[in-house]
Design a protein around this ligand. Structure first.
Ligand SMILES: [Mg+2]
Length: 216
């Protein structure tokens, strides 16, 4: 019987892409008077290209931007702005807030497991007020272990005092989330995933509740 639903953060509960775009617009406008030699679109496109969907840490992204666009600010200053302010622009993935509320309304425990830097992830967690909505929160940097390693999923189940079989994990990465959780004995759903890739797919959050009702 299902007793808990755990989620990934970026691309699952948190619309990182949209948040990033809002932040980059804000950052460009803040520096617009000295960045007039290139457009906002150029800045955003270059940033997103170097960022590789969040795979590259931002110190490197800003260093590359400095070389490419010849911005006068020191990369560290821009990085500090990023760390400090990106979460001010944090937005939910479509349907995620409602799905999370529905899980809690059903009496299910909820949890979060995210790979990432503690400071940054904590800012996003705070901005979306996730502390109040989660029974367990694990961040890879704090745990010194990352998804898809089974141990991080097992640690979350342990903290919830549940068997992994009683937990469902929802995430937007096939390898990191869906397969990682499955390797720990959890059930898993690949959010927005492709059919026939060896994982059960959750096409949209609206279907999460019917899935839970089938399984509960
Ligand atoms: Mg993700």
């Amino acid at each position: 019987m299902m007793q808990a639903v755990l989620f990934d953060l970026d691309g699952t509960l948190h619309d990182r892409q949209r948040t990033l775009r809002h932040f980059l617009q804000w950052q460009y406008e803040k520096h617009a008077s000295s960045w007039g030699t290139f457009s906002k679109e150029t800045f955003m496109q270059q940033f997103e290209a170097y960022d590789q969907g969040g795979m590259v840490w931002k110190d490197q992204v800003y260093r590359q931007l400095k070389e490419e666009l010849h911005v006068s600010e020191h990369p560290d200053e821009l990085l500090e702005e990023y760390v400090e302010h990106v979460a001010d622009h944090a937005v939910w993935m479509e349907g995620a807030q409602e799905a999370l509320a529905a899980c809690r309304h059903k009496g299910l425990k909820t949890g979060l497991i995210t790979n990432g830097r503690s400071t940054l992830q904590r800012h996003v967690i705070g901005a979306l007020q996730l502390e109040q909505k989660m029974d367990v929160i694990l961040i890879s940097e704090e745990e010194d272990i990352r998804k898809p390693e089974a141990d991080i999923f097992l640690r979350a189940a342990d903290q919830l005092q549940l068997e992994p079989e009683a937990c469902l994990f929802v995430g937007d990465s096939l390898e990191t989330d869906a397969k990682g959780a499955a390797s720990a004995g959890m059930r898993s759903l690949w959010l927005h995933g492709e059919m026939n890739c060896g994982a059960r797919v959750l096409p949209a959050y609206e279907q999460l509740i019917s899935y839970l009702e089938e399984e509960m």
